[in-house]
Ligand binder design. Structure first.
Ligand SMILES: [Zn+2]
Length: 261
């Protein structure tokens, strides 16, 4: 029977505000590392929990998501899993990932979803038992990934539409970075009457690191998941910042604005 994953969200504490993740099996103690940057932190955490790291998975090929690959693999002999298009940047892949693939971590079953947009080689990983999404740089708390280093915002738009349709609303998000305070400030700049964004902004004002959120909560305050919002669209049009004729046009206008914000 499939088990609920044990999840360690590791705060690297660097300027890029990266998270690294360990996903462990409660029965066998096997563990998968997602996007290691601080290898020592990943190895120390696994040792403290008596977990055995057997796999490393990269959501995409950017250096801040793969920088700890070599050290983690040298210390553990872990296999490398990533999208084949990431190979030039991540090194030889033991298990190329494609849409619909299953990844087993002991009794924990993960589903691979191809999620291009931030880069063409991006994948996200979904745990259906205790719904959890390891979303790399696709969705952040109160924001989405940029497309300035090899990405395409139109592709990202379609990826997000698909994830919103396919994933349950109670899905917990485990993104690659914490940009929540700044993202909420942008959200309120675009949609000043959004009470949810205001409440969350006040709630996390003095927090060192973002809290966990669900997709349903994100739909309340994440402007990129609120393309239908009349107030958000009206503000774009009034400021001459986008036609807001469609969800896609609204998304693209928001992405361009956030890049410069
Ligand atoms: Zn990235």
């Amino acid at each position: 029977m499939d088990a609920a994953p044990l999840i360690e969200r590791l705060w690297v504490g660097n300027a890029g505000r990266n998270f690294n993740y360990l996903v462990g099996c409660p029965r066998t103690g096997e563990a998968l590392v997602i996007d290691p940057l601080d290898a020592d932190l990943c190895l120390r955490t696994a040792a403290a929990r008596s977990w055995r790291i057997t796999q490393v998975l990269n959501t995409h090929e950017h250096s801040d998501h793969v920088g700890g690959n070599a050290a983690v693999r040298a210390a553990t002999g872990a296999r490398l899993l990533a999208h084949p298009r990431a190979e030039p940047r991540v090194g030889p892949i033991d298990q190329p990932l494609a849409d619909g693939d299953a990844v087993a971590v002991g009794d924990v079953r993960l589903q691979v979803i191809e999620a291009p947009g931030h880069t063409p080689a991006h994948v996200v990983v979904f745990a259906p038992v205790q719904p959890s999404l390891f979303c790399g740089d696709t969705i952040f708390n109160a924001g989405v990934g940029n497309c300035t280093r090899g990405g395409d915002p139109e592709v990202l738009f379609h990826t997000l539409q698909r994830l919103l349709v396919e994933l349950p609303p109670q899905t917990r998000l485990y993104p690659g970075h914490d940009y929540m305070q700044r993202n909420l400030a942008f959200a309120l700049d675009r949609e000043p009457d959004n009470d949810s964004a205001q409440t969350w902004s006040e709630r996390i004002e003095n927090e060192a690191v973002a809290p966990l959120t669900t997709l349903e909560e994100e739909r309340g305050f994440n402007p990129f998941l609120r393309l239908h919002s009349a107030s958000l669209r009206r503000n774009l049009v009034q400021a001459g910042l986008g036609a807001a004729a469609s969800d896609k046009a609204t998304f693209l206008a928001l992405r361009t604005l956030r890049d410069r914000w």
